[in-house]
Design a protein around this ligand. Structure first.
Ligand SMILES: [Fe+2]
Length: 187
């Protein structure tokens, strides 16, 4: 796929080959810069906002998977009032807000994971993220249980970078109202 944006794919491929501890700060820096880059905003963020006028659900407006086989860069659109399930990923991840504001809730797991489809969660923080706030990072699996959404009145756009998947499943979805967790097979 061709694109008008000169994405620094070398940097993305390098990030994807690093261990998580080294990849995450570089991913965060890459995204924090990208969401302030005028050409990226004009070529991908503003069109995503325009394309979202009638949207009622959040969705991925654009993705670049051909970054070696390591990273996946994705542009998410968040109409007002939308949010994900509480979930994690089988890879590290980082994201930065490119337009509007998104709200992230972060959770930690209180149980030891030994009971099938059982998870007890506790919310540890909530933070709003806007374009000048830098990037949020999540560790794989239990280290990155979160929910992202847009409880505000303006449509938001965020840019996410995911590292290599470390397991067979994409991640897990949680329902803390009944202490439930299950595998998510597709992203
Ligand atoms: Fe996620």
């Amino acid at each position: 796929m061709t694109t008008t944006l000169a994405l620094n794919t070398n940097e993305l491929q390098n990030i994807g080959t690093q261990p998580t501890s080294q990849a995450l700060p570089r991913a965060a820096e890459f995204l924090a810069d990208l969401v302030l880059d005028r050409s990226f905003l004009e070529s991908h963020v503003l069109p995503a906002l325009e394309g979202a006028r009638d949207a009622e659900r959040w969705y991925v407006a654009r993705r670049w998977d051909a970054l070696g086989d390591s990273c996946s860069l994705q542009v998410f659109v968040w109409p007002p009032g939308t949010r994900t399930m509480i979930h994690d990923h089988s890879s590290w991840g980082a994201y930065a807000c490119a337009a509007g504001t998104v709200l992230e809730e972060r959770y930690e797991r209180l149980d030891d994971g030994s009971r099938h489809e059982h998870a007890r969660l506790r919310e540890v923080w909530q933070l709003p993220w806007s374009p000048r706030d830098g990037a949020s990072t999540v560790q794989p699996r239990d280290g990155g249980i979160n929910r992202v959404g847009n409880p505000y009145e303006e449509t938001a756009v965020s840019v996410h970078l995911y590292g290599p998947r470390l397991g067979d499943v994409d991640g897990r979805d949680y329902d803390p109202s009944r202490d439930y967790v299950c595998d998510r097979l597709e992203d």
